[in-house]
Design a protein around this ligand. Structure first.
Ligand code: ADP
Ligand code: MG
Length: 238
């Protein structure tokens, strides 16, 4: 089953072409890493999947349904950013509950869901705190919980761990991966960190200057790079 189809996506900002005829199929429950250097178009591609950017040309499909003109709030995607972007004036509980409040879900149902995802991320004891009373790792768990609470079809993550220190990064990495598999969520994970992509992804799409150079399993792209750039970026054996 294909969950997300990108068909010939081009995105232009003025004269600049950030994405050049990108086509990619992401399978249901797959963990797809978008790997590339800074400025290669990773975030642009992620926000195009989210519906925050409209492609200049090309179409996007979720479950075979054309969503190119569907606004972000109607795509049921969960987004996690690098800078966490929690609401500073809201307690953790309300931060996580926010997407369900928007949907006008019943109060008791909201409370139940919030406790459930908070439990999965081991932050159930932090629900009464404000974001500034949390460590970076805890804040990032809250951001992940907020993205998961509405049971998104697709979880989109933009370098979510890059502001964490190395040890914490490994810990949250493992947990995120476990949750994604347990919940059976389709994830698109943007990173410039090749070790992270190799460790986490089912498949990796390597992107450079708005072009996807190669898509394959970690083994494929690492041991059988199709371009010198891919091997170089992944640190493949010569
Ligand atoms: P990455 O996430 O891989 O670092 P981005 O997708 O953020 O790269 O950016 C890709 C290219 O598109 C960069 O050259 C960037 O300057 C440009 N770009 C991104 N967003 C915009 C925008 N809103 N307006 C103009 N140029 C943009
Ligand atoms: Mg980016």
């Amino acid at each position: 089953m294909v969950k997300v189809t990108l068909d010939n996506i081009t995105k232009r900002f003025g004269d600049f072409e950030a994405l050049k005829r990108v086509s990619l199929e992401i399978a249901d429950k797959e963990f797809m890493a978008l790997l590339g250097p800074s400025g290669s178009g990773k975030s642009t591609l992620l926000y195009t999947i989210a519906g925050i950017y409209r492609p200049t040309s090309g179409r996007i499909y979720f479950d075979g349904r054309d969503v190119t003109d569907v606004p972000p709030k109607d795509r049921n995607v969960g987004l996690v950013f690098q800078n966490w972007a929690l609401y500073p004036h809201m307690k953790v509980f309300d931060n996580i509950a926010f997407p369900l409040e928007l949907r006008k879900a019943p109060k008791d149902e909201i409370a139940k869901k919030v406790r459930e995802v908070a439990g999965m991320l081991h932050i159930e004891n932090l629900l009464d705190r404000y974001p500034w009373q949390l460590s970076g790792g805890q804040q990032q768990r809250v951001a992940i919980a907020r993205a998961l609470v509405k049971e998104p079809d697709v979880l989109l993550l933009d370098e979510p761990l890059s502001n964490l220190d190395a040890l914490l990064r490994l810990e949250v990495r493992a947990e995120l991966k476990r949750l994604q598999k347990e919940l059976g969520i389709t994830a698109v994970y943007v990173t410039h960190d090749q070790a992270e992509a190799l460790a986490m992804a089912d498949r990796i799409a390597v992107i450079k200057e708005g072009v996807i150079l190669q898509v394959g399993s970690p083994d494929d792209v690492y041991y059988r790079p199709k371009y010198r750039f891919v091997g170089g970026f992944l640190g493949s054996p010569p």
